[in-house]
Design a protein around this ligand. Structure first.
Ligand SMILES: Cc1cc2nc3c(=O)[nH]c(=O)nc-3n(C[C@H](O)[C@H](O)[C@H](O)COP(=O)(O)O)c2cc1C
Length: 153
């Protein structure tokens, strides 16, 4: 059975909810398992067990969090050839896609053996603490479905 891991950081819970919703979408593809893990619980060496690695971060000052950036930097040291990757962020309107584009670029530079399963997803929150803006969660589910379909056996 194909396996995906969704790794996230979240200060106020919005990025965690996005991660869980993406996982639901992935699970809709038959034969695909999805686990959601907070970054601090993840051992990078263990990632070799997964077929897809999905990474999400809140936008902090126009970028992914420092810990997420450090984590992406480390991916280059792990054997990930043939695996899929995808990234997502949560942000306020004006910075839509800003962090996710940087994450995509960083994954491409640091872990070029990963292939992107789908273009990065940027999810709007209504303020610093959320909530997630209306209509955004169905997009998260669709993003998961897209990744799940790429993994389907
Ligand atoms: C220290 C900090 C800096 C932030 N900087 C930005 C920013 O530059 N642009 C933006 O759109 N949102 C910014 N935000 C808002 C976050 O994107 C928002 O709090 C986050 O999406 C909520 O996700 P979370 O509940 O998973 O923490 C910032 C939030 C914090 C805490």
């Amino acid at each position: 059975m194909a396996r995906a891991i969704i790794i996230y950081e979240s200060k106020y819970g919005n990025t965690r909810l996005v991660a869980e919703t993406i996982a639901e979408g992935i699970r809709q593809a038959s034969g695909v398992e999805a686990e959601v893990r907070e970054l601090k619980e993840v051992n990078p060496e263990g990632l070799t067990e997964f077929d897809a690695i999905v990474i999400g971060s809140p936008n902090h000052m126009g970028n992914a969090t420092r810990s997420i950036r450090t984590f992406i930097d480390k991916l280059g040291k792990i054997k990930l050839r043939g695996k899929l990757a995808a990234v997502f962020d949560t942000c306020i309107d004006r910075d839509l896609e800003k962090a996710v584009k940087k994450m995509e670029k960083q994954v491409g530079e640091k872990a070029p053996s990963l292939s992107l399963a789908a273009p990065g997803l940027s999810v709007r929150v209504e303020g610093m603490k959320g909530p997630i803006a209306e209509g955004e969660l169905p997009r998260c589910q669709d993003f998961g479905i897209k990744i799940g379909n790429r993994l389907k056996v």
